[in-house]
Design a protein around this ligand. Structure first.
Ligand SMILES: [Zn+2]
Length: 434
């Protein structure tokens, strides 16, 4: 390692306890999407202590609605955007270097069913190399590594040429609209970005792609009747069955046809680069009544290669064709509505100099070859790439994200922080004292 980097990296190695404490503090403040205010106040205070001029940025719905990437998130429907600030801060450089944005989402998914956990989901318990809790891996350890990387530079008086922009965002788990999208629309554009999201367990990964994700519902109407005279009615649940079958077949065909190497980098994802999930079905209210309305809700995820329009056309044609095979449905066509998630997929070119730089630092500091992955779920990174900033996800190794007994590796978070420090210094440039 070159000597200029030794000082801040040694500082973080000697101060692992500060890193552990910060992950624990973050895990102990519940921050399920929609309820991010308390933890954002904590982050704001932390950035104030580090003299990073933090600001609260509350999303403005009118600005968002003008974007083609806008959709109404579930947490917006439930809570609105009041008292749900993003936090941004800046480590100012001399102005002569490239800027870097370090971005992390602060929201987490619900820990339910809590009774299945063996640890307190909000306890931040430390055991061996792990810290347990909801969000420990996804992605409070990543947020801690951002803050500590900057703190290490500050504590060692390492001055940079380019600016480091720090941000903690809301509602990533719910689509990132009021979080990362809002900041891309309103904040200065960085020359590159890293989001320390958790990587593939047991390896170090650079995530360079995200999937397109859309929600749709299929509505079938029938005729209500008393069950004793069911032949006078048309059963909407029964009429939905061939449509579900058609969607299942479409899913199998798509999975056979569509492959995407980055989504399938994890061996358990082979052949599953795209997924159409039958998620919700609502119909009927009484065993003695023939149901006259059936509503099905689905999610389709698709890797880079298809556009939203292509997918929409394919789904609508599948429903139409399946409906045409049934007399009732032919005359009363099922309706398809698109709602909620409508994310475009994205891919970051792995040959970009910024990605190459991170790759080199991973090899140098961790001594291993990173695995390139991504593209099976929606992710905030798309907003950066669609707004012209190269971005990668690279973060600590964690297990059971979104599941029971989520935990993050402390040693891996420390390594992540070292690699962040090194990459910041290379990308932004270090001011050399005469
Ligand atoms: Zn995440």
């Amino acid at each position: 390692m070159n000597s200029i980097k030794t000082t801040p990296i040694t500082w973080i190695r000697n101060n692992q306890d500060i890193l552990v404490k910060l992950i624990q503090d973050l895990v102990r403040i519940p921050s399920i999407s929609g309820k991010e205010e308390e933890i954002q106040k904590f982050v704001y205070k932390k950035l104030t202590e580090l003299d990073l001029s933090p600001e609260f940025i509350q999303p403005d719905i009118e600005t968002l609605q003008k974007s083609d990437d806008y959709f109404e998130t579930t947490s917006y429907t439930k809570f609105g955007y009041k008292n749900r600030p993003n936090v941004v801060g800046i480590l100012k450089g001399t102005g002569k270097g490239r800027s870097l944005c370090l971005s992390g989402h602060i929201d987490v998914v619900s820990p339910e069913p809590v009774e299945q956990w063996n640890r307190d989901p909000w306890g931040g318990e430390e055991d061996g190399d792990f810290i347990y809790g909801r969000g420990a891996g996804d992605m409070k350890a990543g947020v801690a590594s951002i803050i500590l990387a900057v703190q290490a530079l500050k504590e060692t008086q390492t001055e940079l040429n380019g600016d480091v922009l720090i941000e903690t965002t809301i509602e990533e788990e719910d689509g990132g609209i009021g979080g990362s999208l809002y900041l891309r629309l309103t904040q200065p554009k960085a020359d590159a970005a890293i989001i320390p999201e958790p990587g593939i367990p047991g390896s170090i990964s650079i995530n360079i792609a995200s999937a397109g994700v859309m929600y749709f519902r299929v509505i079938v109407t029938g005729i209500p009747a008393h069950a004793a005279t069911a032949h006078f009615g048309v059963n909407a649940i029964v009429k939905m069955v061939p449509l579900i079958e058609a969607l299942k077949t479409l899913n199998i065909e798509r999975q056979k046809k569509i492959s995407y190497k980055y989504a399938e980098a994890d061996p358990s994802m082979k052949g599953k680069a795209t997924t159409l999930n039958i998620g919700v079905i609502n119909s009927g209210d009484w065993p003695s009544t023939v149901p006259a309305l059936c509503i099905l809700e689905c999610r389709i995820g698709f890797p880079p290669g298809e556009t939203r329009e292509m997918v929409i056309n394919q789904i609508e044609k599948t429903i139409l064709d399946a409906g045409n095979k049934d007399m009732w449905l032919k005359e009363h066509p099922p309706k398809v509505e698109w709602f909620g998630w409508k994310a475009r997929p994205h891919e970051q070119n792995p040959e970009h100099p910024f990605v190459k730089l991170l790759d080199k630092n991973i090899k140098q500091i961790a001594g291993i070859e990173p695995v390139y992955g991504g593209g099976s779920a929606g992710w905030d990174g798309r907003f950066f790439v669609h707004h012209g900033t190269p971005v990668v996800a690279f973060g600590p190794s964690s297990e059971n994200n979104h599941s029971i007994d989520e935990r993050v590796s402390i040693s891996s978070t420390l390594k992540t922080t070292e690699i962040l420090i090194s990459t910041i210094m290379d990308w932004c440039g270090v001011k050399l004292n005469k």
